[in-house]
Design a protein around this ligand. Structure first.
Ligand SMILES: [Zn+2]
Length: 254
């Protein structure tokens, strides 16, 4: 899937998890204020781009000149290649724990009356930047980073204690990306580093050989190939759903 559509599925996923409005179908797993729903939607959209840091031409690999591609190269090597370690159940679990740990790293400057979750500030800034750029809200990376800086600074300076949703939000975004790739023809190896290849007798069974492949990847290819019409329809549906959820939440609070 393209970065734009990954970001839209991430945005919709957070609305699905965190909207409690009766007017929009949702899971309502966590109660958040309308501003947290909005910022969480952007954070989740940005997190939905993270697994592709294992690919040198992914949207976020271009976020910082040179360093972005270098980071992508390191992640690619460390995770075994594109759509391997970063696209697995293990990565989702790791994302949960790493994000939780990041949230505990604080900084106590002299000029502020309480400890600031410094690493969290940076992570939210980056995720805001990724989301605004991928969603084409920002037309360039410098503008995306400016929006990320302003958004994250405002959040942490005025509401530093209200980040209970952060760990869940990032992990939901990360997992949504992998689910999105599962819907493409390439599929996913959920169990990486374990690979369970499809048995030989299934190779010629039409249909089944698209769901469970010789290389061990599994797929539910309703979205087809990257950039397909089905993918764009899914992205548009997610955009409409996210906007409906945000609007319902804002109206309920008004
Ligand atoms: Zn991917």
């Amino acid at each position: 899937m393209m970065g734009y559509n990954h970001a839209l599925t991430g945005a919709a996923a957070w609305v699905a998890v965190a909207t409690t409005s009766a007017n929009v179908p949702s899971l309502g797993l966590i109660h958040v204020e309308p501003w947290q729903l909005l910022t969480g939607t952007l954070v989740c959209a940005g997190a939905a781009l993270l697994p592709d840091l294992d690919h040198h031409s992914a949207t976020i690999a271009r976020s910082v000149p040179v360093a972005g591609r270098m980071a992508a190269g390191i992640v690619n090597t460390a995770s075994g290649g594109h759509r391997k370690g970063m696209h697995s159940l293990l990565a989702i679990v790791a994302c949960w724990f790493v994000t939780g740990w990041v949230g505990t790293l604080t900084w106590s400057p002299n000029w502020w009356h309480q400890a600031l979750p410094a690493a969290g500030v940076f992570m939210i800034m980056a995720l805001f930047a990724f989301a605004t750029r991928a969603l084409k809200i920002a037309k360039s990376w410098p503008l995306a980073w400016q929006l990320g800086t302003i958004g994250s600074a405002a959040m942490f300076l005025f509401l530093p204690d209200q980040l209970g949703w952060f760990q869940l939000c990032v992990t939901v975004g990360f997992a949504t990306h992998i689910l999105g790739d599962f819907l493409t023809v390439g599929g996913i190896n959920w169990l990486w580093p374990l690979t369970i290849k499809a048995p030989k007798f299934t190779h010629k069974i039409h249909g089944l050989n698209r769901l469970w492949k010789r290389n061990g990847y599994v797929s539910l290819p309703i979205v087809g190939r990257t950039g397909s019409l089905a993918e764009r329809v899914l992205g548009a549906g997610c955009a409409l759903y996210a906007m409906a959820g945000l609007a319902a939440s804002a109206l309920a609070a008004a």
